[in-house]
Ligand binder design. Sequence first.
Ligand code: THU
Length: 131
Amino acid sequence: MTAKQEWLTIANDALTKAYVPYSHFPVGACLVTADGKTYQGINIENASYGLTNCAERTAIFKAVSEGEREFQHLVISGNTPEPISPCGACRQVMAEFCAPDMPVTLLGANGVKLETTVEKLLPYAFTEKDL
Ligand code: THU
């Protein structure tokens, strides 16, 4: 298995761990550090719906809280017919920690796949350069 295939598998495996008692809409993520370490993320819902944390942000926050700062790839997986589309909040958090040209792989059901980048997902992002 190539490293990339492994990352896709980690994101897909996360779907079975997602905590989604309200939406029944699982999302999985695999964030890869510059040196190849992987952080798996799931969406984690809450009875107070607005407190839900998306899979992408779970993966990013897990990694950042472990001291990671350099990332090379993010895979996001969903059971959607089309490749899953990350929400606006997650795009903003990606822009904070990942380079604009960092590849992002979006996965839908049956392996349908879209290769994009952080900048394509959030053009003209507000970042530290704007402060
Ligand atoms: N969700 C994610 O985990 N990532 C996204 O980018 C889109 C939405 C989750 C949040 C909620 O648990 C469920 O999908 C339905 O919105």
